[in-house]
Design a protein. Structure first.
Length: 568
RNA sequence: UGGGGAGUGGUCUAAUGGUAGGACAACAGAUUCUGAUUCUGUCAGGUGAGGGUUCGAUUCCUUCCUCCCCAACCA
């Protein structure tokens, strides 16, 4: 027999890989690839950043290069150390290690020196216009800008003024340093952009050493060049900043500041996800207005939220890989993310039984006090994962969802007169039920077939349904949090006139239940992941104490019965 | 109305002048001690529209249309 070898079709290259491979082939950077992930420490990372992280680190890894983590901390009024720790943690959790950790603030002196150089070259000037005046002079899409009256200051005066700005002689906002490019440019970014502003605020790294702070467009490219980044990957909205990125670096005509070849900025489409919002501002509003419990609420698309929800780093990386890299605006379907975590957990997660909405079931012909200890596998296919002991007794809990007093058609589960298998245990038939005063079914009376202990009938008869259960006397109560999409609408930003995106917040995005768990789960630790058979994947919330276990539902199992039923 | 980008099934993404392919979703069936998983099959786009070049166009040219980004001393 000849084995047909599955030919692994190599994935075609995305446009960034094509650029990198071309550069590698031409020897542009002596065959070196250097990228960086440049978060501003002013918020928590979300899954959109995860995509960027995977691209930057993943590509460098693929081509034997390295990636730096660089905090873009040029605006101390918005930034805080609180965020740098969480950012580090999130990148590491995703499974990436940076070659070097830097801060744009590490380069403040070099940035300053280069700025003086630009002034001396007549490429930058100190401008005294107020911010409103500056805006006015800049013009708009329809009208070209006007030159600032300060544009023609002498080099000597500019240098003197800039040094005094640096010395802290002027109040906040009194003057700025501007690049002298072209106030009439159709590209607004080139209309003499600001390089420095005066801000006498404490910086989380440099303290009070600097009363002036560089702007992003100036600092970013220079930082890249200093670190000898080869490919500076960012999102689409920076596309028309690229001429400016190049301009700043190209002014080093004598090559005194930067090693050539200079880094190249490449833009890709940021990730959007259905049923959620992604902007820092809106995420912050969700937190501030109490729609969620915090940045790491399991419903948030933040990395810490996904982590707490029970997502694995592998699944997030797989997702980033599958959504691809391109330049068209895109909105990925959450179902793809869910597919990725199910795929990972299906293979990894040990199985256990947990009854989410308990309904008492009494096996009338099973002797009270009689306990059958069953040994059930942690994984149906992976025997190497071992087994756990599960007690089977007269009184058990089953899920309310698994009983119907009046069985609809195609109902495989329990109903009066129906026989089902208790997973891993035995066959039981429903012989009677007990209702409370309101008519609610509160207890089921069943008989079991003792010959079916272990799960199969001695006469080989088949039952269509298998349900999960937990011995009542051994059950461990726990809080279980069921999550749904945070927004009911695919695109929460698609609001009708007079509406608000918050109108689409799903009122049922969190449902907390007291569940009954099989005893093997009692020793579960924060972060442990399980498949609760027939219901979904769950992980232990860090809120869990030894006294009270808390589980988060990461994602439900696919539910084809729900589909059948919803179709009638 | 200036400038910069982008248009391929419901959603992502390939095909770089030669049969429009894959993933997710959806649908149908088989297997199953999880209505899960797995497996099989189906579905659906003639590539935003028109024109042109070509034996042949998603790919080249052209006109048009639609969508996104830019007028912070934010990044």
């Amino acid at each position: 027999m000849t084995q047909t070898q599955p030919v692994p079709e190599p994935r075609s290259l995305n446009f960034i890989e094509e650029i990198m491979e071309a550069d590698l082939a031409s020897g542009k950077h002596q065959g070196r690839i250097g990228t960086r992930f440049p978060p501003e420490p002013n918020g928590y990372l979300h899954i959109g950043h995860a995509k960027s992280i995977c691209i930057n680190f993943g590509l460098a890894q693929k081509y034997g290069g390295s990636t730096n983590l660089r905090f873009d901390d040029t605006n101390p009024v918005k930034e805080d150390v609180e965020y740098v720790d969480s950012i580090r943690e999130d990148v590491e959790w995703l499974g990436f290690r940076w070659a070097e950790e830097h801060y744009a603030s590490d380069y403040f002196q070099q940035l300053y020196d280069y700025a003086e150089y630009l002034i001396q070259a007549g490429k930058a000037y100190v401008c005294d216009l107020t911010d409103e005046e500056t805006r006015e002079y800049r013009g708009n899409f329809h009208t070209p800008g006007k030159e600032s009256p300060y544009r023609s200051r002498s080099v000597g005066e500019n240098l003197d003024l800039f040094r005094r700005m640096r010395a802290g002689e002027f109040p906040d906002g009194a003057r700025v340093l501007r690049a002298k490019i072209d106030v009439q440019s159709p590209n607004m970014n080139l209309r003499d952009p600001l390089m420095y502003r005066i801000r006498r605020v404490h910086h989380h790294r440099t303290g009070d050493a600097w009363p002036i702070y560089p702007m992003y467009d100036y600092a970013h490219g220079v930082s890249d060049a200093i670190e000898r980044i080869t490919h500076s990957i960012c999102t689409l909205e920076f596309e028309d900043h690229r001429p400016l990125y190049d301009w700043f670096l190209n002014q080093d005509v004598e090559g005194r500041f930067f090693t050539r070849p200079l880094p190249r900025q490449i833009e890709f489409a940021r990730l959007n996800l259905t049923h959620t919002v992604m902007s820092k501002r809106r995420l912050l509003l969700l937190v501030q207005e109490g729609h969620v419990t915090g940045w790491n609420d399991p419903r948030m698309p933040t990395i810490c939220g996904l982590r707490r929800r029970g997502y694995t780093p592998e699944s997030v990386r797989a997702f980033a890989e599958r959504v691809g890299v391109a330049k068209r605006d895109m909105v990925a379907d959450v179902s793809l993310l869910e597919h990725c975590i199910r795929e990972d957990l299906e293979a990894q997660a040990p199985r256990a039984m947990a009854v989410l909405r308990p309904l008492k079931l009494v096996i009338t012909n099973l002797t009270e006090g009689e306990t059958h200890w069953l040994e059930l596998p942690f994984h149906p296919e992976k025997t190497e994962m071992g087994t756990r002991k599960v007690p089977f007794t007269r009184e058990i809990w089953i899920d309310q969802d698994d009983f119907r007093e009046e069985a609809p058609k195609k109902w495989f589960r329990l109903a009066p007169g129906a026989e089902v298998r208790l997973r891993g245990a035995a066959l039981v038939r429903c012989e009677g039920l007990v209702k409370d005063d309101s008519g609610q079914v509160v207890e089921l009376h069943c008989t079991w077939d003792p010959g079916s202990l272990g799960g199969n009938a001695p006469d080989g008869r088949k039952v269509k349904g298998t349900i999960h259960w937990v011995s009542a006397s051994h059950a461990v109560p726990a809080e279980v949090r069921l999550y749904e999409q945070l927004f009911t609408q695919e695109d929460p930003m698609d609001v009708p006139e007079g509406g608000d995106w918050r109108d689409f917040i799903n009122p049922h995005s969190l449902e907390a239940l007291t569940a009954q768990l099989e005893p093997s789960l009692a020793s579960a630790k924060a972060g442990d992941r399980f498949q609760f058979e027939r219901t979904g994947y769950f992980s232990v919330d860090p809120d869990s104490g030894s006294a009270a276990l808390v589980f988060n539902r990461t994602v439900g199992l696919k539910d084809s019965w729900a589909k059948i039923e919803s179709k009638g």
